[in-house]
Structure formats: structure tokens, C-alpha cells
Design a protein around this ligand. Structure first.
Ligand code: PGA
Length: 248
């Protein structure tokens, strides 16, 4: 039987130098050589470092490149923005969209995220769509309703060409994670909205110490990792853990 696909997505946010990104790309790709084919790892450095990461990867690299945002339009007078086509041209196969840090600081709503996702798919890039509740919504018992509402915006997109990342806002960078049961229920809700075929990753304070446990939760197809992906040693350990799970 074929092992189910497992995903590790390294979200570097606004961190690292060009050199750091180049070195990380090389070493992460080396670590992936020993991993089963069912494991896919995606490196999402700041957009300005994509080219140096790309230059340090061989042609058929196991490590894939992703961006952290794109514009919904293919080109035009949008100062400071990058289109999905440009990302594709720079070697990206993935783009993180709707991260809570952008939803909050750039006031991106669900429709804006869906428009970007559509543009990404049109350009041949798979969006990694982030959803998740705030602490206030969690405390009020609104998690599933929030997820249903956020996922409804993506209902028209082809699921085979996208990933969803369930990232509770309160778990990001906080060292806190929901219980295994809460993660399983959130993933089941997302799948019931978008179809059981959609790959759903968990994100929020994932690190080498809890990755194995998180990957074992029902419905979890991988992890979106921020802080713990910045150091290559930590990433290597996580590749080994995820690779172990993906082995037949
Ligand atoms: P974290 O970030 O792993 O540092 O919590 C995850 C994310 O925001 O994607």
C-alpha cells in the first residue's frame, strides 16, 4: 500500500539573510534525500531570498520553494506587490495565503484570500491556505463555526491543487497547542467543508518535540512550521521524524 502524503512547510516569515536561506535550502534538500517519496518539504523564505535558495538547489531538488503571499492580479500598478506569475517564474510551486499575521496586519478578509488563491492556481502554484480561530473565539467555543466560515470562501477552488493549514492564532509562536482531540475535530470540520480529499496541515508551535505526536493525529497530513524551522538542525530532525512516519 502506498504511504499517505506528508507535508512539512517551513515558514520563515521575515527572518534570515540571503546566505541563511541558501544554506538552509542546500542542507534541507540533502536531508530529504534519505526521506521516503511520500514526504514533501516546502521552504518559504522571504521572497527576496527565493532566488538564492533556488540557486543552491539541484535541478530535481526534493525541497520545493514557496512564497508567503502574492497579489490577486497578474500584473499592474500595485507598488510593493508580487504576482503569482512572478513567483512561478522565480521557481515557486507553493504560496502561503491568508496567514493570520497577514489577515490581522494587512486586513485581508476571506474573499481577498480566495481571490489570491485563485490567482495562484491560475499561475500553476498551489496555495497553502491558513485558517484558524483567535483565542477569544476559542474561549467562546466558536472554533468550528470560524473554520466553517473561513473554508466556505475556498469551496469553489479545486482541492487537488491546494493545501489547508489549520493554525489557531493563539498557538502561533506561543508554545501552546490545542489538545490532540481538538486538532482532530478541527481537521474533521475542514474536511467536511472542503471534502475528505483535501490535505490539511496543522500549524502553531510545532517543533521537534511535538511533531511525532501531531502527525499521529487523525486527519493531520503534515505541519506548517514557523520558529522551529529557522535552524537547520531542528529542520533536519523534523524531516527525519516526518520521513519515519511516511515509510511503509
Ligand atoms: P510557529 O509559527 O511555528 O512559530 O508557531 C507557525 C506559523 O505561523 O506558520
Amino acid at each position: 500500500m502506498q504511504a499517505p502524503p506528508i507535508w512539512l512547510v517551513a515558514n520563515w516569515k521575515m527572518n534570515g539573510t540571503r546566505e541563511d536561506a541558501a544554506r538552509f535550502a542546500f542542507h534541507a534538500n540533502q536531508a530529504l534525500m534519505a526521506a521516503p517519496a511520500s514526504l514533501t518539504a516546502v521552504f518559504c523564505p522571504p521572497a527576496i531570498h527565493l532566488e538564492s535558495a533556488q540557486r543552491n538547489l539541484p535541478q530535481n531538488a526534493r525541497l520545493k520553494l514557496g512564497a508567503q503571499d502574492c497579489h490577486a492580479e497578474p500584473h499592474g500598478a500595485y507598488t510593493g506587490s508580487i504576482s503569482a506569475r512572478m513567483l512561478r517564474d522565480a521557481g515557486c510551486q507553493f504560496v502561503i495565503l491568508g496567514h493570520s499575521e497577514r489577515r490581522q496586519s494587512c486586513f485581508e478578509d476571506c474573499d481577498a484570500v480566495a481571490a489570491k488563491a485563485h490567482a495562484a492556481q491560475e499561475a500553476g502554484i498551489a496555495p497553502i491556505l491558513c485558517v484558524g480561530e483567535t483565542h477569544e473565539q476559542y474561549a467562546a467555543g466558536e472554533t468550528m463555526a470560524v473554520l466553517q466560515r473561513q473554508c466556505a470562501a475556498f469551496a469553489a477552488l479545486p482541492v487537488a491543487e491546494m493545501l489547508i493549514a489549520y493554525e489557531p492564532v493563539w498557538a502561533i509562536g506561543s508554545g501552546k497547542t490545542p489538545s490532540a482531540d481538538e486538532i482532530a475535530r478541527a481537521h474533521a470540520t475542514i474536511k467536511s467543508e472542503l471534502g475528505s480529499a483535501v490535505c490539511v496541515l496543522y500549524g502553531g508551535s510545532v517543533k521537534p518535540d511535538n511533531l511525532r505526536e501531531i502527525l499521529a493525529i487523525d486527519g493531520v497530513s503534515g505541519a506548517l512550521i514557523g520558529g522551529a524551522s529557522l535552524a537547520i538542525d531542528s529542520m533536519r530532525t523534523m524531516i527525519a521524524i516526518a520521513g519515519g512516519k511516511g515509510r511503509n
